[in-house]
Design a protein around this ligand. Structure first.
Ligand code: AMP
Length: 575
């Protein structure tokens, strides 16, 4: 049995290190100690979660609950715990300190295995209905009663969703390979397996049972794939030079849905792989009518104004992503789903088939009014591609997606299998999606909105860090300022996000939660921003402005630092 205390000791070591190699070795040694039944649970704990996000399992423990549990377990008053937290700024540290100076000791303590802790956490998450709050506090108090100060630190951070060990999924994958075969040679099949099921705990479990199964891992219904991502180029000419003959599809400006069906069961997943089934009964019904027993496919959902024969703007479409008034909304803004890929059909994993073959299946399966194939044409000239691009803009769409006819579906990867060409915003060549890490208050004319601007970061997966790339002060409508201020106020943080690398400080830090699309004129190098920083200079957006708040994208899906670097090179190569 792997003890949670052993895991906590390794967590604490990992926190002190920053080198990926060192972390991999520490993790591998820990993973090696886990038994078959523990490996999946340990993997989830390392990721700071209990299950993949699409399972919708949320601990639902707020600071207030954690404070009560710490107080009850260590024998302090809530006021004393709060006072300590005010100084430490981290409830995990507070738990550690106060458990270390317990005023009361439990009669007997149990040695906690990793499984015990995981199962207790799951019980906390699943407590619901009347009395569930007391239940959650009670369960957490029991865990803390059995915990050493160090265990207490990590238990509390975990339940609050703030474990943040700084180990990314790639490091865990490397460590799994090292733990099992002594080197990183199985990284690639492990990574592919993870990309096609988005469930690292499950992958770890299968891997420990039989490494061969990882090599032959296939997609399966109700385990959503990480969405394939598109590269960007800025002219039709570049696209044709790169792909030669290719399929050009309309780029619809709605939200991406990944649809899974097996028999009567249908589930819909968002781009960030949250389960969205309940929001779109109209789409679910349409899927039930498709002639295939088992199916996984993807499309872009858009609200269509049949009176004006035009797509509603993005904001209107997004009103369908709601928890209440679903029936009314589905009548007011009926959705069309433009299907652009099939990944699995009646027992066949299609992800390794070429685009052309998958596309043929899309056209065969989807002929309805609600579910229809995305518009696509095969072209081999710049002129033809440009025509389709112009047509897409005149229809109020966002641009086009060019697709390599021979390429497989590259789950979770940005490959030149798909290339996007988007309309420009004013002088802007392109946009990035970044996460808000801080904000400024308004001064002068804007003071009445109490809102002045945003500090934006992109993601550097190689370093597992967020890196700042822009400070936006314009592009906000009054309504947006009010909304942003309210949203950000709620996630204000005493410290910068753990994983952020920064050189400038905003007036307020926030948890990295909201993704925004940012337009800009060009990219420069600057000592104030840390994006892909080298020799004291990072990349920065010039004249950045807010395009919109992207509620459909998660922090994991924002633009990466290397993409910004590529955009800079692209811009330089054009003089
Ligand atoms: P972007 O978010 O700008 O990187 O563009 C990629 C997104 O475009 C995908 O995630 C889809 O949501 C959306 N999209 C719209 N139309 C298509 C299409 N025909 N093929 C693939 N993706 C599309």
């Amino acid at each position: 049995m792997l003890l949670f205390s052993e895991a906590a000791a390794v967590f604490s070591e990992i926190e002190k290190r920053s080198g990926r190699l060192e972390m991999t070795d520490l993790l591998a040694a820990l993973l090696k100690k886990a038994e078959g039944a523990e490996i999946g649970k340990l993997t989830y704990l390392l990721q700071g979660m209990l299950a993949p996000p699409y399972e919708g399992i949320d601990l639902g423990v707020g600071e207030r609950f954690a404070i009560e549990a710490i107080a009850a377990s260590a024998g302090y008053s809530k006021k004393e715990v709060e006072a300590h937290y005010k100084k430490s700024g981290d409830l995990g540290d507070t738990a550690e300190a106060l458990i270390g100076k317990k005023k009361q000791t439990a009669l007997s303590t149990t040695e906690m295995g990793v499984t015990y802790v995981y199962d207790a956490m799951l019980q906390i998450a699943k407590a619901s209905g009347p009395g569930s709050q007391e239940m959650k506090i009670k369960l957490l108090t029991e865990l803390l009663n059995n915990a050493s100060p160090l265990e207490g630190r990590f238990l509390v951070r975990f339940v609050l969703g703030r474990l943040r060990l700084g180990v990314g999924d790639p490091t865990i994958i490397d460590a799994l390979s090292v733990a099992h075969v002594g080197d990183k040679s199985l990284r690639e099949p492990l990574e592919r397996a993870y990309n096609v099921c988005s469930d690292l705990g499950y992958v770890a479990k299968v891997f420990y049972e039989s490494p061969e199964r990882i090599e032959k891992f296939t997609v399966q219904p109700f385990k959503p794939l990480m969405p394939a991502l598109a590269e960007r180029l800025s002219t039709p000419k570049e696209i044709i030079e790169r792909l030669k003959k290719c399929a050009v599809e309309m780029k619809y400006d709605g939200f991406r849905l990944q649809c899974h069906k097996s028999g009567e069961r249908v589930e819909l997943y968002s781009r960030r792989l949250d389960r969205m089934t309940a929001m779109f009964p109209d789409v679910v019904d349409a899927i039930k009518g498709v002639k295939a027993k088992e199916l996984i496919f993807e499309g872009e959902a858009l609200a269509y104004d049949s009176a004006k024969k035009r797509y509603y703007p993005f904001q209107q479409t997004m009103r369908r992503r709601r928890k209440h008034g679903i029936e009314e909304a589905s009548k007011e803004f009926p959705l069309n789903l433009f299907v652009f890929d099939v990944l699995y059909a009646d027992g066949r994993d299609m992800t390794n088939e070429p685009y052309a073959k998958r596309r043929a299946l899309v056209e065969k399966l989807f002929k309805g009014k609600i579910l229809q194939p995305s518009q696509a044409l095969v072209v081999d000239s710049t002129k033809k591609l440009k025509e389709i691009f112009d047509e897409s803009l005149s229809e109020g769409l966002e641009g086009i997606m060019a697709k390599d006819l021979a390429a497989p579906y590259t789950a979770g990867k940005r490959k030149f299998a798909w290339i996007k060409l988007k309309k420009s915003y004013g002088k802007a060549v392109d946009t990035i999606d970044g996460v808000v890490v801080g904000y400024y208050l308004g001064h002068g004319a804007r003071a009445e909105f109490e809102f002045g601007g945003l500090l934006i970061a992109v993601y550097n997966p190689e370093r597992g860090k967020l890196e700042t790339v822009a400070k936006i002060g314009s592009g906000f409508s009054e309504a947006e300022m009010v909304e942003l201020e309210k949203m950000l106020e709620e996630i204000k943080a005493a410290r910068p996000p753990e994983e952020l690398d920064y050189r400038i400080e905003p007036e307020f830090w926030v948890e990295p939660k909201y993704v925004v699309e940012v337009a800009f004129d060009d990219i420069t190098q600057s000592p104030t921003h840390t994006c892909a920083m080298q020799d004291g200079k990072g990349y920065a957006l010039r004249f950045p402005r807010l395009v919109r708040i992207r509620t459909d994208k998660g922090v994991r899906e924002i633009t990466t630092s290397s993409e910004v670097a590529e955009m800079y090179e692209l811009q330089r190569s054009k003089g």
